[in-house]
Design a protein. Structure first.
Length: 516
């Protein structure tokens, strides 16, 4: 795991080293061929983050173009999770919700070659995903995901017009270098069944990957995989299929590089803060494959590709204008996080995190009469960590759907039921982030402001408005008219200073107060 950190290099050093391996047209066929993969995963933002210091797909486009200049056999791949979640997705453009359109537009210009599905691709609506697939100019591959509709189950279709084709389980690419050496490159893709919707069918990714590899084994000289599963499952998959020499994975958001026998499992950091460059050198005579991987920091040392930057600028301008109209200043720095603020779903849907704590405390500050504050973790859609300078844009993308902070008088009996439901929702969006209330595991009871919860008492509770719709997981009973729900207090919509009108404004205000 620590090996990945040893591989971090500056782009300038990396780029200069590329020049030593460039093939020349004067060479005779030497029986060796190099293939390069540029790997991204879990990219939700098209523009740089942290005040422009890290990430940015226009910088990735520069890396891709430089790699192609040195070796035309370069393929940019993304290992899932890029159509959602995203703050821009929640906005409308030309009358329709954007829902990943900006990402396809930018990735087409970036030079993406191959993608596989992540679990978040299925957060958007069915018709929206079908449109995004149609807009894609790059290839998709997926061995274990199928489209369910009225006619049964079949592969999703990507591309448009004459280019519209069912997404294959595997790809076999014919690759040839300038001295005439050629190989067949096999690629498979699999995705974990995390986001279940009724129009998607998943087969077991372990079993499906094994079958896909078996089919590729007889067709290809080299086989690699693009996956969106947990790291431990990637390692297991690699052990079970040692002929898959490189797994380019997603879902985990933090860079890692694991050697599994003679194979490797690699994951870059989310939001293109880093990318992996994998150089695969294959000897057709000896059948030997050598893999050298470098983790590249995507930062200010890498200039933005001008054509990609124009597309990014188009979409960021659309978003900026929309946020300004809503009363936000996206670029304003509101807080400096000296430790990562944890908003990854793998954490925030299982436990109270420091990011959840900030949001719940912001709700308490906005509603000082409340004795308890709560927000459903499903309202936090960042699925990442925030570090360093935290801007209003970071708060917006953490809670892209916004919503009001409501206050409600409820009986202690109902409050206990709500808290217990939230606790039972571990792993789901209905898991609650709380302020002023904790669970005592020894007595299996709740403490409100340090005192045992009193079922006969009336409590004032601040909560996200979505929690009072009855639509959150296992909270069907929590809506106006519910037994024990005595009164609901709405914020003053005419008062622009009332931050309860938008939970994101409340969080921004609270973080600013911490700086004083």
């Amino acid at each position: 795991m620590n090996h990945a950190r040893l591989l971090i290099v500056s782009f300038l050093i990396f780029y200069s080293s590329c020049k030593t391996v460039r093939p020349t047209t004067t060479q005779a066929d030497d029986g060796q061929i190099e293939v390069v993969f540029l790997q991204m995963n879990d990219v939700y933002e098209i523009a740089p983050l942290d005040g422009g210091r890290v990430g940015g797909l226009a910088r990735v486009a520069t890396i891709k173009k430089r790699l192609v200049q040195e070796n035309p056999n370069t393929f940019a791949v993304i290992a899932g999770d890029f159509l959602n979640p995203s703050l821009i997705n929640t906005l409308k453009y030309d009358g329709s919700r954007i829902s990943g359109k900006q990402m396809i537009d930018v990735l087409n210009e970036t030079g993406l070659d191959i993608a596989t599905f992540g679990n978040h691709e299925f957060d958007i609506k069915e018709a929206e995903l079908l449109s995004r697939l149609q807009e894609s100019k790059f290839k998709w591959v997926s061995a274990n995901v199928l489209h369910k509709n009225s006619t049964g189950m079949q592969p999703f279709v990507a591309g448009s017009g004459d280019q519209a084709k069912p997404i294959p389980k595997t790809l076999v690419l014919d690759v040839q270098d300038t001295d005439g050496t050629s190989i067949k490159l096999g690629i498979l893709g699999v995705t974990l069944p995390s986001n279940q919707v009724d129009w998607v069918a998943y087969s077991d990714f372990n079993e499906t990957a094994a079958v896909a590899y078996k089919n590729l084994e007889s067709q290809a000289d080299v086989v690699v995989a693009i996956t969106h599963i947990d790291l431990e499952d990637d390692i297991k998959l690699s052990k079970q299929n040692p002929g898959i020499r490189l797994i380019m994975g997603g879902h985990d958001h933090t860079n890692s590089y694991d050697k599994v026998g003679g194979s490797y499992v690699a994951k870059a950091d989310a939001n293109a803060k880093t990318v992996y460059v994998h150089k695969l050198l294959y000897n057709k005579t000896t059948k030997q494959l050598t893999i050298n991987s470098s983790l590249i920091n995507v930062d200010t040392s890498i200039p933005a590709d001008s054509s990609t930057a124009l597309v990014v600028s188009k979409w960021t301008s659309i978003a900026q204008n929309s946020f300004t109209e809503q009363g936000f200043n996206p670029d304003e720095i509101v807080y400096i996080a000296h430790e990562p603020l944890e908003a990854r779903e793998s954490h925030i849907r299982h436990q109270q995190t420091n990011m959840g704590d900030i949001i719940a405390k912001a709700m308490s500050a906005a509603a000082p009469q409340a004795e308890v504050a709560m927000v459903n973790s499903g309202s936090l859609r960042l699925d990442d960590q925030l570090t360093g300078n935290i801007s209003q844009y970071d708060i917006l993308r953490t809670m892209p759907f916004g919503g009001k902070i409501l206050e409600a008088d409820m009986t202690g009996e109902l409050l206990e039921k709500v808290l217990t439901t939230g606790r039972s929702n571990k792993g789901k969006g209905g898991f609650l982030q709380l302020d002023k209330v904790i669970y005592n595991a020894d007595t299996q009871s709740w403490l409100v402001n340090g005192q045992p919860l009193n079922k006969t008492k009336t409590y004032r509770v601040a909560l996200s408005d979505y929690l009072l719709t009855g639509l959150e997981t296992n909270f069907g009973y929590l809506k106006p008219g519910a037994q024990g729900l005595l009164k609901i207090y709405e914020p003053d919509v005419t008062n622009k200073e009332d931050v309860r009108n938008d939970i994101r404004m409340a969080v921004t205000s609270y973080l600013k107060s911490l700086n004083k």
